[in-house]
Design a protein around this ligand. Structure first.
Ligand code: G4P
Ligand code: NA
Ligand code: NA
Length: 191
């Protein structure tokens, strides 16, 4: 998405450790008009897929997920993050391991909000190692629901998450796809 790539070039900062800081439109301050355009693009790309719900993980996934849900006209559910839980009878839970933080957290969704007929679209802000997406795949499997696609605002193609989604056979849409960072500049993939 050209407008997003331009915004990343204009406002993004490349930090050590291959981290892209985009906190003036996505991760802290949010640009609602850009978010709306991105939601429309996700809805366009996943139209006619029979999507019944959008799933994400709190907190930075919520803004793009809500806009996708608005344009698809379906509800949006965000998984909550917790330390490992003991009382989980009414919850679907999955473990999400963070390579960067080297900690494992649980994410959970109340069972009331998913049912076997659902076809979900997973939305997130970043696709890096893909552990959040894997956690949502795990919940979808436990709940017996179909994952129709994964949509991310920004993917870092050089990390594991892209291949993880492709290997799962799930259609992936990244609105911006970063091939690499070179001398503090973002290099987008060509395709
Ligand atoms: P990890 O295993 O390396 O930790 O990668 P993972 O894909 O699990 O990402 C961990 C967190 O870091 C996620 O947010 C993810 O969105 C974020 N992240 C990954 N790469 C980048 C990047 O280049 N820039 C920015 N700004 N964030 C990145 P989270 O901790 O789950 O939190 P939240 O922001 O959604 O609350
Ligand atoms: Na996120
Ligand atoms: Na994040």
């Amino acid at each position: 998405m050209k407008i997003l790539e331009d915004r990343i070039r204009q406002d993004g900062t490349v930090l050590p450790g291959n981290v892209l800081k985009v906190d003036n439109f996505l991760n802290h301050q949010i640009d609602p008009q850009l978010m709306d355009q991105m939601g429309a693009e996700f809805a366009r790309q996943f139209a006619n897929q029979g999507i019944t719900k959008v799933l994400t993980v709190e907190s930075s996934g919520i803004a793009p997920a809500v806009m996708a849900g608005l344009h698809l006209q379906v509800p949006v559910i965000f998984a909550r993050k917790h330390k490992s839980l003991t009382l989980t009878d009414n919850l679907y839970t999955a473990k999400v391991y963070s390579y960067t933080k080297q900690v494992s957290n649980d994410i959970s969704i109340d069972r009331r909000f998913l049912d076997a007929n659902d076809r979900v679209l997973i939305i997130d802000d970043f696709l890096a190692n893909g552990q959040a997406v894997q956690g949502l795949f795990d919940i979808a499997e436990t709940a017996g629901i179909a994952v129709a696609g994964v949509g991310v605002v920004i993917e870092k193609r050089f990390q594991k998450g892209h291949q993880l989604v492709v290997d799962a056979g799930v259609p992936l849409v990244a609105l911006a796809s970063i091939a690499s960072f070179e001398d503090g500049q973002v290099v987008f993939t060509q395709d």
